[in-house]
Ligand binder design. Structure first.
Ligand code: AMP
Ligand code: MG
Length: 308
């Protein structure tokens, strides 16, 4: 049952208008920076025969139209790769639906419907995308401190400065220091944002590119927020050679027929590329200093909870 009283009360929350005002300004700052940097904005894809496998998410959101099955977008990774045939630098505010397990209900970081700022650049290296991410986050965080000074004051939120280059930590170093479950422990220790690099192959999807010089490791990265806010983004260089993509799919134990359409398109040629995606609600949560991501948007849907 949906509790209408709760929703009406939530719509009148004094913090929500502040969060929405901050989010509007964040979106403007992101868009301005990316357009100035030569990116073109794509409209989001919401249903498609193909979407990100995200193999740890067991439930597939599906809709049927005219007898055909469409999947609801978990991320636009494959569409980003294909779109690079048309334009070289792309971004999209892309709605994602991920049916997260109910134990993530109170993580403070997970919703089952969220918006990802997804970007991808033809022929880019991880290093170039890391530098782009550092410029983007510095511009956005330092910009919002000025543009939303009064909202931040009302929320009693003091943001640190983001100054490139950000600290860099390898996955292996993080595990050695904080154990396998390092995300939150590392984030709590950080005074500024940090890049986590070189994830082992088995921890990510088949489309992240393997490092030729370090077999078993990927040319990928996450950005971790300081102050215990956890992961901000994930990205990396992508596998673009069809034979390697096939090998990686098989190594995951996935039947090649599941990705037949994607593979047929990849056979026609994909550009080498790199990019990343970050959750907009997580950014808003971080900027506002909220414990609960559900405060960072209207109509938030938490894992395991029926929502509006
Ligand atoms: P991923 O590629 O799975 O790491 O997703 C990209 C980014 O989207 C993450 O780094 C988060 O910022 C955001 N994100 C992923 N899952 C969720 C979720 N369930 N709720 C809110 N944001 C999410
Ligand atoms: Mg991630």
């Amino acid at each position: 049952m949906i509790d209408t009283d709760k929703y009406i009360q939530q719509l009148a929350s004094p913090r929500l208008p502040l969060a929405i005002s901050i989010q509007t300004k964040l979106i403007t700052l992101i868009r301005e920076f990316l357009v100035e940097s030569g990116f073109q904005e794509l409209l989001p894809v919401i249903i498609s025969p193909i979407t990100d496998p995200l193999t740890d998410y067991r439930v597939r959101g599906e809709v049927e139209c005219y007898g055909f099955k469409y999947q609801i977008t978990k991320s636009m990774i494959f569409h980003k790769q294909l779109a690079l045939r048309t334009v070289p630098k792309i971004f999209c505010f892309s709605p994602n639906v991920r049916i997260e397990t109910p134990d993530r209900k109170n993580s403070g970081r997970h919703l089952i419907e969220f918006v990802q700022l997804d970007l991808e650049v033809r022929q880019a290296s991880r290093q170039e995308i890391i530098e782009l991410g550092e410029k983007l986050f510095s511009r956005v965080i330092n910009g919002i401190k000025k543009e939303a000074a009064s909202e931040l004051k009302m929320l009693k939120r003091k943001l640190p400065s983001f100054r490139p280059p950000f600290e860099r930590i390898s996955y292996q170093q993080a595990v050695e220091t904080y154990g396998e479950d390092f995300e939150m422990k590392l984030s709590e220790k950080l005074a500024g944002p940090a890049w986590l690099v070189d994830f082992p192959l088995e921890h990510r999807e088949f489309y992240d590119r393997q490092d030729e010089k370090k077999p078993g490791l990927l040319v990928d990265m996450d950005l971790i927020y300081p102050e215990g806010f956890g992961e901000a983004l994930s990205g990396g260089e992508r596998e673009y050679q069809p034979d390697k993509i096939r090998k990686r799919i098989q190594e995951k134990g996935i039947d090649l027929r599941t990705y037949e359409l994607y593979l047929r398109l990849a056979d026609r040629g994909l550009y080498p590329s790199a990019g990343f995606g970050f959750g907009l609600e997580r950014l808003t949560r971080y900027v506002c200093g909220f414990e609960d991501i559900a405060e960072a948007r209207l109509f938030a849907k938490k894992p395991g909870v029926y929502g509006l």
